[in-house]
Write a protein that binds this ligand. Structure first.
Ligand code: DAH
Length: 356
């Protein structure tokens, strides 16, 4: 074989060996066998040779073209095979490997309980109302018919804050959600049906009291609302919330300045076993009553035209009873082990609850 052809053959074999990707391989192929490839150019130059030369060189060139074409093809297949191998290697799935679960947040039992309450009262036509945590004494006490000398106003129970401006009285961190009743009656016209879940504050701290805790208030105002409606509504709620269709519920006379008559609501349980709905003991869970006509009048509603009922409950207390949580302070300690134990998965089926 002529020297130049030997050199071309050698150079091409070397380049093919070094080509590992498809594009490197393609560059070698085009560079030799393509339209302006080295070998193609040599074939084109044949016309310039004398007839004798042309025959011998033509045969050599054709042989070399056949050889290089088949070597290029062969290398192409090898490269494809290599690419497949490395893909299989990279995408290998070890089905026996233990799964690594992405960390997932949980819903705090207080948030979950508020959601449950909201859903259950929504089924009875209640909307959610909100009010500020920093409240005026008028909304928190006076409008709710709480006399100036009432013990709830004392410094021990109530956190007082500086007045909003020079000529107003001191503000308070709201001690109850009942002030949202006032705000609602002042801004909405009856019929009214709201619950108001939210934070409340009292200067108190032990296993059953926290300086910040949560309440859920309820208010219904309409023309012909009776104590019967109040009882029905709260019995329905408590039985659905605790998921016990025949949970015993007892209404016991009591006193709140903003309701007349007032009642505390107890549920049946066993002191000994702690089981709800069993045994002969009673556990207080709610305050309630018919809205005091003075409160209606304070909000500009005519008590001869409108009446209603109200109720209030501690969210922590209900969450503790339902979920077997012993110490109220644990809600706020941010102990991750506690949260993992008592928290609720984000997508757990809350909507199905109380579907009776
Ligand atoms: N505000 C009361 C408390 O903090 C709870 C309460 C009792 C709210 C009776 C009411 C009610 O609306 O009617 O102890």
């Amino acid at each position: 074989m002529a020297n130049d052809l030997e050199a071309l053959r050698h150079e091409t074999l070397q380049a093919l060996k070094e080509a590992v990707t498809r594009s490197e391989w393609d560059a070698v192929r085009v560079g030799v066998l393509g339209r302006s490839g080295k070998l193609t150019m040599l074939l084109r130059q044949l016309g310039q040779c004398s007839p004798e030369e042309r025959k011998a060189r033509g045969q050599e060139l054709n042989r070399l073209r056949d050889e290089l074409t088949s070597l290029v093809e062969q290398r192409g297949k090898e490269i494809e095979e290599l690419a497949l191998q490395s893909r299989l290697e990279a995408e290998r799935v070890d089905v026996t490997r233990p799964p690594v679960l992405a960390p997932q947040g949980l819903i705090h039992p207080i948030s979950r309980t508020i959601e449950e309450m909201t859903i259950l009262f929504a089924k009875m036509g209640f909307n959610v109302a909100e009010g500020p945590d920093i409240e005026t004494q008028w909304h928190n006490f006076s409008a709710l018919n709480t006399p100036d000398h009432h013990p709830a106003r004392t410094e021990q129970d109530t956190f007082y804050l500086p007045p909003a401006n020079d000529d107003s009285e001191a503000q308070v961190l709201r001690t109850q959600t009942s002030g949202v009743q006032i705000r609602t009656m002042l801004t909405q016209s009856p019929p009214i049906r709201i619950i108001a879940p939210g934070r409340t504050y009292r200067a108190d701290h032990d296993a059953t009291h926290s300086p910040m805790f949560h309440q859920c208030e309820g208010l219904v105002i309409d023309r012909d609302v009776t104590l019967g409606h109040l009882k029905y509504c709260l019995i329905e709620f408590l039985r659905a919330f605790f998921d016990k269709p025949d949970l015993p519920v007892r209404f016991r006379p009591s006193y709140f300045p903003f309701t007349e008559p007032s009642m505390e609501v107890d549920i049946g349980w066993s002191r000994q076993s702690g089981e709800l709905g069993a045994g002969a003991d009673w556990l207080e869970v709610l305050g309630s009553g018919m809205v005091n006509p003075r409160v209606l009048a304070n909000c500009g509603l005519d008590p001869s035209e409108w009446q209603g009922f109200a109720f209030g409950m501690g969210i922590e207390r209900l969450a503790m009873l339902k979920n077997g949580i012993a110490d109220l302070r644990s809600f706020y300690e941010s102990d991750l082990r506690w949260l993992r134990h008592y928290g609720f998965p984000v997508l757990s089926d809350i909507a199905a609850m109380g579907g009776r």
